[in-house]
Design a protein around this ligand. Structure first.
Ligand code: TXA
Ligand code: MG
Length: 391
């Protein structure tokens, strides 16, 4: 049986707190019901049936349940229950124009949610589902506007994590689940991250330990031509092109000039609260820039954390800064699984600045890591102490 622990509501949620009945929180009047968030510990290799049944029942009755997927933790709600979906937006403080991903147990479950399943979608599903790929298709009338932000498309994913699968199969529902973080915080890769962001705001957290991939799913749009990758993730462009040759990449979010380029594809989205500067270029010059920049901050009496690849640590060790090891640059899967926890740790240090360099190794995950670093750095100073260009 899964261990169970009730965590007291945090209270400090920055909105009106009512004692109304459970399930009444919504984003229409801006009130969030203060809840006691229950944490169920579940073995990810053999999910305990009683705990899964409790979480499934909570979802069926309109509750909010955070659960692990192979990418990041999701904040689940019954996708066809408008009220439950509204509660997701309220708990996360997420803008209602940013649509949610609907999770189902298997490809056969998507038929009621879409107008048709194009051959390309079937081909991708056969190859990549269950797994870290989200496919945007034309939606059916059954999917509430709250889920799709009023769009005529819906994003669908079949996750592979055993707890996510067990929950979907037990609940027998499509589950709408964005990442279980507060809006603009890094996505959660541990249950503790969910608790820190959403404790007191949601009904339950299924704690299945750390997630394996660590970055959100690849999102591909098949509702429009040509097929377009809206968000890079663990399923890389070459793998997708081996199934659909004409897949193209959407232009980098960092290049956005404003407005909403695609639904929810906000540039600043995975941001730590501390200003984060990303140094882009080859390894030697970016390390040099980081060292010089860290020294300038220290001369001004300011504190610095460096998110460092394992191979850079030796060179940085002498600096009077906090070093956070992201893992080896030659092991991008390890970096991906560590990145969001490292960003949160950097924030918790309370330093004046976080410095990081881009990943230079070629790997299917490298574009996704690079994308998340750019988003984390978006709106932070490009280079607080402009340095002369390297010779
Ligand atoms: O790995 C993941 O994808 C995680 C786990 C929980 O499945 N979920 C996740 O959800 O990252 P979220 O809400 O944080 O990100 C979903 C992204 C958003 O950028 C959203 O704008 C986009 O998918 N999206 C959702 N529906 C869409 C649609 N109909 N058209 C285009 N983009 C859509
Ligand atoms: Mg998210």
């Amino acid at each position: 049986m899964g261990a169970r622990g009730a965590i007291g509501a945090t209270g400090a949620i920055g909105v009106d707190v009512s004692d109304g009945p459970k399930g009444n929180a919504n984003c229409i009047d801006g009130r969030i019901t203060q809840l006691v968030t229950e944490v169920l510990r579940v073995d990810p290799t053999a999910p305990d049936r009683e705990s899964i049944a409790r979480a499934a029942e909570c979802l069926r009755s309109g509750g909010l349940v955070a659960f692990p997927t192979e990418t990041v933790y999701g904040l689940g709600a019954h996708a066809l229950d408008r009220r439950a979906v509204q509660r997701v937006f309220a708990a996360k403080e997420r803008p209602t124009n940013d649509p949610l991903i609907v999770h189902v147990a298997r490809i056969d479950d998507i038929a009621p949610l879409v107008v048709d399943i194009p051959a390309a979608a079937r081909d991708l599903a056969v190859r990549f589902w269950p797994g870290p790929l989200t496919i945007v298709l034309r939606r059916s009338e059954r999917v509430p506007d709250e889920v799709t932000a009023g769009l005529d498309t819906v994003a669908i994913r079949v996750p592979s994590h055993p707890i996510a699968q067990a929950l979907l199969q037990c609940a027998r529902l499509p589950i709408a689940a964005p990442s279980a973080n507060r809006f603009s915080r890094p996505s959660p890769t541990h249950a503790a991250h969910v608790l820190a962001d959403l404790g007191g705001r949601i009904d339950m957290i299924v704690d299945g330990g750390p997630t394996s991939v660590g970055l959100e799913s690849t999102v591909i749009d098949l509702a429009h031509q040509p097929p377009t990758i809206l968000r890079p993730g663990a399923v890389g462009v070459l793998a997708l092109r081996s199934v659909i040759p004409d897949v193209r990449l959407r232009s980098s979010p960092a290049a956005d000039t404003g407005g909403m380029p695609a639904p929810g594809m906000l540039s600043k989205h995975y941001a730590p609260a501390t200003p984060l500067t990303l140094f882009e270029g080859d390894r030697a010059s970016t390390i040099d820039e980081i060292v010089q920049t860290a020294r300038r901050y220290r001369e001004r009496g300011q504190s610095v954390a460096i998110l460092a690849f394992g191979e850079d640590l030796e060179q940085l060790r002498a600096l009077p800064v906090h070093l956070l090891d992201m893992g080896s640059e030659n092991d991008p899967p390890a970096v991906a699984s560590r990145l969001y926890a490292a960003l949160r740790e950097g924030d918790e240090l309370g330093v004046d600045a976080i410095l990081v360099r881009n990943i230079t190794t070629d790997h299917p995950l490298s574009p996704a890591i690079q994308d998340r670093l750019r988003r984390a750095a978006f709106a932070s100073p490009a280079s607080p102490f402009p340095l002369p260009p390297s010779p």
